[in-house]
Write a protein that binds this ligand. Structure first.
Ligand SMILES: Cc1ncc(COP(=O)(O)O)c(C=O)c1O
Length: 383
C-alpha cells in the first residue's frame, strides 16, 4: 500500500479535548480550557519578553536553552531539594509537552521498555510512549484519586519509567508530603534502574493545601518537568524545562531535543525569567485565590445536583463522576452541550481514560453563568 493509500485509510485525530472545544457554539461558554486564558498576565513577563527581544531575541540560543534561565531554574530547584544543580542539569523545552516527549524518547533510546501512567491521566502520557513502541501500563488510583501504592508495588519493575502528576490534570488531586515520602520510600526499594518523570506543571497552583514540593526531594531518580504555561497564564509562550540531577542524562536530553526543536524561542525564554525568579508571585497568588473561589462555586452546584466528586486542591480542574446521573454516552452529552446555542463546554473524562467522568475547568471568568448552563444541561438529561 502506498503512503497516499494509507493516508486515505488512517485517521490522525485531534485529542478529544480539542474536538470538544472546537465544537463550541459561538454563544457557548467554555469550562473546557486547559489554561488561565481569562487571567491577567503579569506585566513583568511582557517587560522581560520585550527586553529579550531587544537583546538578541531573533538569534538562536544554546540547544539546551538560555544560560540565564537555566541558571535561575537550577538555583530555584537546589533550594527545594538540596542538590547542587548547575545550568548543565537543565534543558529548556517548548512547553512541558516537549519536555515529556524528549524525556520519554531518550529513555526509550536508552532501552526503557515500560511506562507506568496513572489510570486517570493527561492524554499524552499514553500517546507519546506508544509512538515510541513502549508498553504502557496503567497504575490504579484510590477512590480519592491518590496513588494506590499497594497496587503500584505489585506492578512496578526495577527498570520502569513511572509518570506522576501532582497537582493533577484532570483530578486536581495534590499528593500530600506524607504520600510523597511514602512513595519515595517504595521507589527507593523498587525502582532501582528506572526513572520517575514528575510532571509538576501545576506546582504553583495549589490553592487549598500546603504548598506543593517537588518530588525530586523524595526520590533521587526523578526527572522533573515544569514550565510557565499554567501557573504564569502564559501557555502561548511555550516555555517548559527538564530538570535532572544526572548530567549525562541532561546531555542526552539536549542532543535529542536539538534534533526536534533545535533551540527554544529566545525572547520567550527571557519572558520566563521573572516567573522562575519568583517576581510574579503576587500575581500567581491572586490566581490561587480566584481558583479557590471558583472551586467553591462549582462544588455548590455539584452538591445541589448530587453529583459525586473528590474535592480538588490544586491545578484548575474538578473531575466529577456524572455517570451516576447522566444517561448514555458522556462524550455525546459533552458534544451536545457544547454545540448548543447558549451551551457550555466541559471535557469528557474519556480523554483522560475515565469515561464516567467529566472535567470542568475552574479557570473561567464566566464560571457562574457556565455552571448555570451546566446545571440546566444536567437537569435536561437526568436518568
Ligand atoms: C499535566 C500536563 N502536563 C503537560 C501539559 C502541557 O504543557 P505545555 O502547554 O507547557 O506543553 C499540560 C497541558 O495541558 C498538562 O495539563
Amino acid at each position: 500500500m502506498s503512503i497516499d493509500e494509507r493516508l486515505e485509510n488512517t485517521s490522525f485525530p485531534l485529542p478529544a479535548i480539542r474536538e470538544v472545544n472546537l465544537s463550541k457554539h459561538p454563544s457557548g461558554i467554555s469550562l473546557g480550557l486547559g489554561e488561565l486564558k481569562d487571567f491577567d498576565v503579569d506585566e513583568k513577563i511582557f517587560m522581560s519578553l520585550k527586553e529579550g527581544w531587544q537583546q538578541g531575541g531573533t538569534s538562536y540560543t544554546q540547544n539546551a536553552g538560555l544560560p540565564d534561565l537555566r541558571k535561575a531554574i537550577a538555583q530555584k530547584h537546589s533550594a527545594i531539594d538540596g542538590f547542587p544543580y548547575t545550568m548543565d542539569n537543565i534543558i529548556v523545552t517548548i512547553g512541558v509537552q516537549n519536555a515529556v516527549y524528549t524525556s520519554l524518547l531518550t529513555l526509550a533510546k536508552l532501552g526503557a521498555k515500560r511506562v507506568l501512567i496513572p489510570e486517570i491521566h493527561f492524554g499524552i502520557y499514553k500517546k507519546i510512549p506508544l509512538d515510541f513502541g513502549m508498553e504502557v501500563v496503567s497504575y490504579p488510583l484510590k477512590d480519592d484519586f491518590g496513588i494506590d501504592e499497594k497496587a503500584l508495588n505489585g506492578i512496578i519493575k526495577e527498570d520502569d519509567v513511572l509518570i506522576i502528576n501532582s497537582p493533577s490534570n484532570p483530578t486536581g488531586r495534590v499528593l500530600s508530603l506524607e504520600e510523597q515520602k511514602s512513595l519515595g520510600e517504595l521507589l527507593a526499594k523498587k525502582l532501582t534502574q528506572g526513572y520517575v518523570i514528575s510532571d509538576e506543571i501545576y506546582g504553583q497552583l495549589v490553592y487549598d493545601a500546603p504548598k506543593a514540593i517537588s518530588f525530586s526531594a523524595f526520590f533521587d531518580r526523578t526527572i522533573v518537568v515544569d514550565g510557565i504555561s499554567k501557573s504564569a497564564a502564559a501557555a502561548g509562550l511555550r516555555v517548559g524545562w527538564i530538570i535532572t540531577n544526572n548530567e549525562k542524562l541532561a546531555k542526552a536530553f539536549t542532543s535529542n531535543n536539538a534534533t526536534i526543536i533545535s533551540t527554544p524561542p529566545t525572547a520567550n525564554q527571557y519572558a520566563a525569567l521573572p516567573v522562575v525568579k519568583g517576581e510574579t508571585e503576587d500575581t500567581i497568588s491572586t490566581y490561587r485565590q480566584i481558583l479557590k473561589a471558583n472551586r467553591d462555586k462549582v462544588i455548590a452546584v455539584l452538591d445541589k445536583l448530587n453529583i459525586p466528586y473528590v474535592m480538588p486542591k490544586g491545578s484548575f480542574y474538578i473531575f466529577p463522576k456524572v455517570s451516576t446521573i447522566v444517561e448514555g454516552d458522556i462524550k455525546e452529552f459533552c458534544l451536545n452541550t457544547a454545540r448548543k446555542e447558549n451551551g457550555v463546554v466541559v471535557i469528557p473524562g474519556v480523554a483522560f481514560g475515565a469515561p464516567d467522568y467529566i472535567r470542568i475547568s475552574l479557570a473561567s471568568k464566566q464560571i457562574d453563568e457556565g455552571m448555570r448552563r451546566f446545571e440546566e444541561a444536567i437537569r435536561n438529561c437526568l436518568k
